[in-house]
Ligand binder design. Structure first.
Ligand SMILES: *[C@@H]1O[C@H](CO)[C@@H](O)[C@H](O)[C@H]1NC(C)=O
Ligand SMILES: *[C@@H]1O[C@H](CO)[C@@H](O)[C@H](O)[C@H]1NC(C)=O
Ligand SMILES: *[C@@H]1O[C@H](CO)[C@@H](O)[C@H](O)[C@H]1NC(C)=O
Ligand SMILES: *[C@@H]1O[C@H](CO)[C@@H](O)[C@H](O)[C@H]1NC(C)=O
Length: 476
């Protein structure tokens, strides 16, 4: 098997790094305070990450990736799929968001993701009729632009597009969901014709979530307790079983050999009783060596292209799927690594290289004022703080569930205050709150300080640019 090793210079120390080849990450940006894209791009390079999957084609992100050797999957969000049913608009999209970056020193785009899990059952069919035409238009536009040989359109799908029947729950019985079976067949044919991969998101964590009957160890890779036996094949983890259910579904429609890319796989670290640092570490400690060894799955031995989900925590994501949704990062919101991880896949567990020169707001927190007399409005104020700020760490099984009632109030007030960039007016709550310079964190429950976000720092750089122009005019 191949591995890529190289030297990175970090803090004047040469650190020899080896990385699982082909390992990618998902870089989502649904955060109230985004790390500046240049810092994220540098962090990717410092950690030897060679592939990144995006959820749009934001120009600032793309600019930060320009000139790097990082391979990129750009994306068309679901709400733009309808527009992409117009062939000319699809051409325009490809021109503005793909071919524009296709020059020496530009962005190494490898895939265009058309939609994001558009057939999710919870979308009630909203994107059923508009996804395939969008896929066709985008790939055709790529082909017409002369880049179709190296850039492929694909549709990242949720694993709920296929399953095995309840009375025969084994991978070999996998089939596409009945009501979309014809559609899936057409999509698969089209992908095959264009040499494009099938992209699937697989979440062992979600198999556990809300299903206390699920065999716990089967979500990880280190327990052989009770394998699922499928015609002599022993499945020891749900990742393999799920992947091979897809292989069987593809085979059933005549394309058992179609290339499969795992678009998302990972484990969240907060917001649920099964979402914590220990389990996330256990999961990655099994997944990464498995990927490094190129063992693949029973039905697909060999290399699998995989994108971890995700790079950073995103505090502005919808928590409709669950409170864990904002805690998928292998790095925190501020680009600090959360736990040691084995990117070499060879038992070299170590902390990843953090984002460099991150600017934080001041060392100030907002907390519940213990001298407050009238507590009748406390609940309303906490609700207000939590409907704007992120309180997902307070719930059952989460990192801040240890707090008492006052601690809960402080946590909520602080999250709101930080989101509002520590504006004094955002730490009042009808006299129930006060600013403190003493860190109120308790054990694993961290009271955060927000970062200076990308929007405010780009404002700063425009001001600097403006000042230099003025200075230039003054001097010459
Ligand atoms: C290019 O992508 C950006 C970001 O996703 C999007 O806002 C824009 O509409 C796209 N351009 C065209 C011409 O569709
Ligand atoms: C799908 O339908 C359910 C039940 O009718 C509804 O609660 C939900 O809001 C719908 N979701 C979307 C995205 O339309
Ligand atoms: C999709 O198209 C079918 C067949 O034309 C139609 O019956 C269905 O209502 C459409 N679905 C949506 C969500 O537009
Ligand atoms: C703190 O808030 C969480 C989430 O709302 C709740 O589950 C917990 O019971 C609260 N703790 C106290 C002591 O009120």
């Amino acid at each position: 098997m191949e591995k890529v090793c190289f030297l990175t210079w970090f803090l004047f120390l040469g650190i020899m790094g080896c990385y699982v080849e082909g390992l990618g990450v998902n870089w989502g940006t649904m955060a109230t305070h985004k790390l500046p894209p240049e810092k994220v791009a540098q962090m990717l390079k410092d950690n030897g990450i060679q592939k990144v999957k995006l959820f749009d084609a934001d120009h600032s992100t793309m600019s930060a990736l320009a000139g790097s050797e990082i391979e990129v999957m750009v994306a068309i969000p679901n709400d733009q799929l309808a527009v992409m049913n117009d062939h000319n608009r699809a051409k325009e999209w490809v021109q503005k968001n793909v071919t524009r970056y296709n020059f020496n020193g530009g962005v190494k785009i490898k895939y265009v993701a058309v939609g994001n899990e558009p057939f999710l059952t919870s979308y009630n069919g909203t994107f059923i009729n508009i996804t395939f035409p969008a896929l066709e238009n985008i790939q055709n536009a790529l082909n017409e632009a002369g880049v179709g040989d190296s850039i492929k359109a694909t549709v990242p799908l949720n694993a709920d597009v296929y399953s095995s029947p309840d009375d025969n729950p084994v991978p070999s019985a996998g089939r596409f969901r009945r009501e979309i079976s014809d559609l899936m067949t057409q999509i698969v044919q089209f992908l095959h014709k264009n040499n494009a991969p099938f992209t699937i998101n697989i979440y062992p964590f979600l198999s556990l979530y809300g299903n206390d009957d699920f065999p716990f160890d089967y979500a990880f890779f280190d327990n052989v307790g009770n394998p699922v036996n499928d015609k002599g094949i022993a499945y020891k983890n749900v990742f393999d079983a799920n992947f091979d259910t897809l292989v069987s579904s593809l085979k059933a429609v005549g394309y058992g050999d179609l290339t499969i890319v795992v678009g998302e796989v990972g484990w969240p670290t907060d917001g649920d009783k099964n979402a914590n640092l220990g389990y996330a570490q256990r999961f990655y400690n099994g997944l990464l060596p498995k990927l490094a060894s190129n063992q693949g799955t029973p039905l697909r031995p060999g290399f699998i292209e995989v994108y971890l989900f995700g790079l950073l925590d995103e505090d502005a994501k919808s928590i409709a799927p669950g409170s864990f949704e904002r805690h998928w990062g292998i790095f925190g919101y501020d680009g600090q690594p959360k736990f040691p991880i084995d990117f070499s896949g060879q038992g070299q567990n170590k902390l990843l290289v953090p984002a460099q020169n991150v600017q934080y707001l001041n060392q100030k927190w907002c907390m519940f004022n213990p001298n407050a007399k009238d507590l009748s409005k406390l609940a309303d104020n906490i609700n207000f703080a939590c409907s704007n700020g992120d309180c997902t760490s307070l719930g059952y099984g989460s990192s801040c569930n240890i707090l008492d009632a006052n601690g809960n109030a402080s946590y909520a007030f602080n999250m709101y205050y930080q989101i509002k960039n520590q504006d004094d007016l955002a730490c009042n709550f009808q006299g129930l709150a006060m600013v403190t310079t003493q860190n109120p964190s308790q054990g694993a429950c961290k009271f955060i300080i927000q970062i200076v976000s990308s929007s405010s720092s780009s404002l700063r750089s425009s001001l600097v640019a403006l000042l230099s122009v003025v200075l230039y005019m003054f001097l010459f």
